[in-house]
Write a protein that binds this ligand. Structure first.
Ligand SMILES: Cc1cc2nc3c(=O)[nH]c(=O)nc-3n(C[C@H](O)[C@H](O)[C@H](O)COP(=O)(O)OP(=O)(O)OC[C@H]3O[C@@H](n4cnc5c(N)ncnc54)[C@H](O)[C@@H]3O)c2cc1C
Length: 561
């Protein structure tokens, strides 16, 4: 049995920030990660991280908080948003002091670029490889504090004894043995679930594992219907071209060369919030002003020098995928699945409904993004709430004595995995994944209505049935990626219905949820969070609307950009 005071599941930015904080506070902490931490999806983040430093123009945490509240279409919890906005400058300075190399203004201060939905240039960046630079900074800190990392360990279940979290079970991918990982506090930082969709900007490992694990153990998932479609993903492969491009001044054009965004967002144009821009693009495409199902991102007027200095990766990604050089050619793009606003329901310290269980980063719903996240706020969330959850957990464990080891969960998981390996005759996981991807992409896309979502529920129930019988061809113990892929697909299947049902139940349009049959925001009936409770792998989730939105000082207003 592996034993630590605090176990962090996931080695992306949220996981590493949490682990460093716990280590600094003297806790015995370890990371369990299904891959090497610096390969986490956080490393793909390009555009930057928000903080009201006020370096480029005067700015305040209050203005940052207001932009988040508005961006969230008033569904975000304002106490959590204020906590994030206030802590942001401190966390940036913390990163800076740990060696994070941010891009600079000529006078040496940290540079900040404008991002969508922000009233000031607030996004700190390292060219267009910000996530990677922060990830390496935190990795160095992990090494400095000798934090133990269990790499290529795949968490399968949460252990709960007498209503309290006592760690996880993890499958050691190198030798195929299941291990019990005992902990006084467990922090989930397992990232997003983009792989539920056919095309996504997310990496292959974004399969919603932590969301499903907590959900199965009794923690509700919150606001799962809110899925962000990023305005600029490459048609060829779904790869992201960061908002940094528009932040630096790039245009969006339709097939007639028209900068169409000002029709939809007269003040902000290309820098409206992402839900607004994605809907505008999709409307242009649907009304016949796209070309081959795409619109265009035009960087030409920025000039070669600026593109090479500020957006080198974006140019390279586009060149690799399309053969087109952004320096002299507009790049075909369309909206692509990017981010899950919803996730494991937590409070503003990352605590879930089970004592000793925390969640931070994209897998969590704190909720700071509400119905729509602003660019640059996700990296910030990983750092702020990685820090907060570890701070809370480090205090919590002081009052916890020995925790019971969950032999029962261990035995159940062992039997479950052996049972899967012994199965024959059913579909293999890529087929099931494909059916799931089609159901989600066809029925829970940018524009939704009752009919499409209802059909989506039926399709997902069929996928769920297929998933019960999935088999592996590989029955071996060493790096059985067939088995891991199957377990990931099961996780995705479990959580997808929370999105489809949540979207169908919510009879309004708010942020990323655009219902053509209910085009208006309905504050009277829907100013509340969606909680989804797990009722078994063959049963629909149980919705619960008992959690209201927390307000502090920002009153709901009509949202225009
Ligand atoms: C292409 C791209 C660009 C982006 N750009 C930006 C940006 O510029 N600014 C911004 O604010 N946001 C951006 N985002 C969003 C942001 O990067 C992510 O939301 C954030 O980095 C997620 O961090 P995380 O720590 O929560 O998870 P991740 O970085 O995804 O890490 C998840 C970790 O969990 C581990 N894990 C998962 N499941 C298991 C399991 N079963 N067992 C053990 N370990 C497990 C993985 O090994 C991994 O270490 C971008 C996202 C993408 C996809």
């Amino acid at each position: 049995m592996i034993k630590h005071d605090i176990v962090v599941v996931g080695g992306g930015l949220a996981g590493m920030r949490a682990a460093v904080e716990a280590a600094e506070r003297g806790a015995d902490v370890a990371i369990v990660s299904k891959m090497h931490p610096v390969r986490s999806h956080s490393g793909a983040a390009q555009g930057g991280i928000n903080a009201a430093l006020g370096n480029e123009e005067a700015d305040t945490p209050e203005a940052h908080a207001f932009d988040c509240v508005k961006g969230a279409d008033y569904l975000g919890d304002q106490d959590a948003i204020e906590a994030m906005a206030e802590d942001a400058p401190r966390q940036i300075i913390w990163l800076e002091h740990r060696g994070c190399i941010f891009s600079r203004m000529p006078d040496g201060r940290i540079a900040q670029r404008p991002f969508g939905g922000a009233s000031f240039p607030r996004t700190c960046f390292s060219a267009d490889v910000t996530g990677l630079v922060i990830l390496h900074t935190l990795w160095e800190q992990l090494e400095r504090f000798n934090v133990k990392v269990y790499e290529e360990y795949f968490a399968t279940a949460l252990c709960v004894e007498d209503g309290v979290g006592t760690g996880i079970t993890a499958y050691n991918m190198r030798n195929g043995e299941l291990e019990l990982v005992n902990a006084k506090a467990t922090i989930f930082a397992t990232g997003g679930a983009g792989r539920a969709y056919a095309k996504t900007t997310n990496g292959y490992a974004s399969t919603g594992d932590g969301m499903a694990i907590c959900y199965r153990a009794g923690v509700p998932l919150m606001d799962m219907e809110f899925v962000q479609f990023h305005p600029t993903s490459l048609k060829e492969n779904g790869v992201l071209l960061s908002e940094a491009a528009r932040g630096e001044g790039a245009y969006l054009l339709n097939k007639d060369g028209e900068r169409f965004m000002f029709k939809y967002a007269p003040n902000k144009g290309e820098l409206a919030s992402r839900d607004v821009v994605s809907r505008a693009e999709w409307t242009e495409i649907m009304e016949g002003r796209g070309e081959n199902g795409c619109v265009f991102l035009d960087l030409r007027h920025l000039g070669r020098e600026k593109i090479l200095e500020r957006l080198p990766q974006i140019r390279e990604l586009a060149l690799d995928a399309t053969g087109k050089d952004a320096i002299d050619t507009p790049i075909p793009i369309l909206p692509g699945m990017h981010y899950w606003m919803g996730g494991i329901a937590t409070d503003k310290d990352g605590a879930t409904s089970i004592p000793g269980v925390y969640a931070a980063g994209e897998c969590a719903c704190v909720s700071v993004h509400g119905a729509n996240r602003l660019g640059g706020n996700s990296l910030l969330e990983t750092i702020v709430f990685g820090h907060r959850s570890a701070t809370h957990a480090a205090n919590y464990i002081k009052s916890v004595g020995e925790v019971r080891s969950s032999e029962k969960t261990f035995k159940n998981e062992q039997d479950r995995i052996n049972g899967i390996l012994a199965r024959t005759g059913g579909e293999r996981h890529p087929q099931v994944r494909k059916a799931l991807n089609t159901a989600m992409s066809d029925h829970a896309f940018i524009f939704r209505d009752d009919k499409t979502l209802g059909e989506g529920e039926v399709a997902l129930r069929q996928v769920r049935e297929m998933a019960q019988k999935m088999t592996t061809m590989d029955k071996s113990k060493t790096f059985n990626t067939d088995l891991v892929g199957l377990l990931e697909t099961e996780f995705l299947v479990d959580i997808s219905m929370t999105t489809m049902m949540g979207a169908r139940n919510r009879t309004e349009s708010r942020g990323a949820q655009a219902r053509t049959d209910f085009p208006d925001r309905d504050d009277a009936n829907w100013m509340k969070h969606t909680l989804m409770h797990f009722k078994g792998q063959t049963t629909d989730p149980e919705p619960d609307y008992s959690r209201g939105v927390t307000f502090t000082k920002f009153k709901p207003e009509v949202r225009t950009y």
